[in-house]
Design a protein around this ligand. Structure first.
Ligand code: NAP
Length: 286
């Protein structure tokens, strides 16, 4: 059985690591705020002092971190993954970051004698708990094959997308669409209510036609109730929009809707919604 490491035990990482422990893997965990390791240690995971120790002790080390800054610090920091990786050990970064960050980490890990795979996920808190994430993998093919038993525990599918950077590009493209859809949905509900339409009826009609989708179905009633229990933090959606807009900039691809959605999400952060669910962007619109 593979000896696994897991770095980053936030909303997603804690559920993913728990599934690995429950599936019988030996898992060594680390999180910047140490107390988040406790529930995993109680289930039988092993503690580690820092990412370097995890990477040097484990066959495969997974990471699920907030953003490019966190991914860089955990890899390149004094006691980071890079300081511990060697001998063909694997580092699999599942955080949503941009392709520039992916390539810097890929290059450094490979130079140090390790293997690197990026594997950002599609799906939110409940799919992470249920082990039904969609895992988008790109980078070292041998590491992809070796990671499949763990991916099968954490996800329902794990397509291989090619060279490192392609998974970040796929993930940012998908989340850019999601961020734009959420702002359009919120504007629709706000407009409908302003002109006296019944909110529940609006949702029912929307979900009966071509615009039916699971996100509107799950988030719609919460928007009407003004409740935003955090599944996907709003600050992370703004980060994804920001990174997608920057990718479009680099490629000369106009992204009018995504740029506008990015500004609306920034407005929501300014008004104190950073840690609420991304659907709380409604409060910047309604
Ligand atoms: P989260 O709950 O905010 O957790 C973020 C994790 O990153 C925590 O473990 C945090 O440590 C760590 N971290 C932040 N800055 C750090 C730093 N400078 N150094 C070391 N560790 C740092 O986020 P999440 O919802 O689990 O999301 C994790 C990643 O998955 C993000 O890239 C997000 O975009 C992506 N994602 C999320 C969802 C979702 O629905 N939630 C879905 C798909 C993808 P502390 O505990 O010490 O703060």
């Amino acid at each position: 059985m593979l000896n696994l490491g897991f770095l980053g035990l936030g909303i997603m990482g804690s559920a993913m690591a728990e599934n690995l422990v429950r599936a019988g893997f030996q898992v060594t965990v680390w999180n910047r705020s140490k107390e988040k390791c406790d529930p995993l240690l109680a289930l039988g995971a092993h503690p580690a002092e820092n990412p370097r120790d995890v990477a040097s002790q484990c066959d495969l080390t997974f990471a699920m971190l907030a953003d490019p800054k966190a991914a860089r610090e955990v890899c390149f920091g004094e006691d980071g993954v890079l300081a511990g990786i060697s001998g063909g050990r694997g580092y699999i970064d599942m955080s949503t970051v941009d392709d520039i960050t992916v390539n810097e980490i890929n290059h450094a890990i490979t130079e140090a004698g390790g293997r690197f795979l990026e594997a950002p996920v599609s799906g939110t808190k409940q799919p992470a708990v249920d082990g039904t994430l969609i895992i988008l993998a790109a980078g070292d093919r041998s590491l992809y094959e070796q990671s499949l038993p763990a991916f099968e525990v954490m996800g329902k599918m794990s397509p291989y997308l090619g060279e490192a950077g392609q998974a970040a590009r796929m993930k940012l493209t998908i989340n850019m669409v999601m961020g734009g859809m959420m702002t359009a949905f919120c504007e629709g509900i706000a407009l409908g209510r302003k002109c006296g339409l019944d909110g529940a009826q609006l949702l029912e009609i929307l979900s009966s036609g071509a615009l039916a989708n699971p996100m509107f179905k799950i988030k719609g009633p919460m928007l009407l109730a003004g409740e935003f229990p955090t599944s996907f933090p709003l600050k992370h959606m703004q980060k994804d929009l920001r990174l997608a807009v920057a990718l479009g900039d680099r490629l000369g691809q106009p992204l009018h809707c995504a740029s506008t959605a990015n500004e609306i999400f920034k407005e929501a952060i300014k008004s104190g919604c950073a840690d609420q669910d991304f659907s709380a962007v409604f409060s910047a619109i309604d």
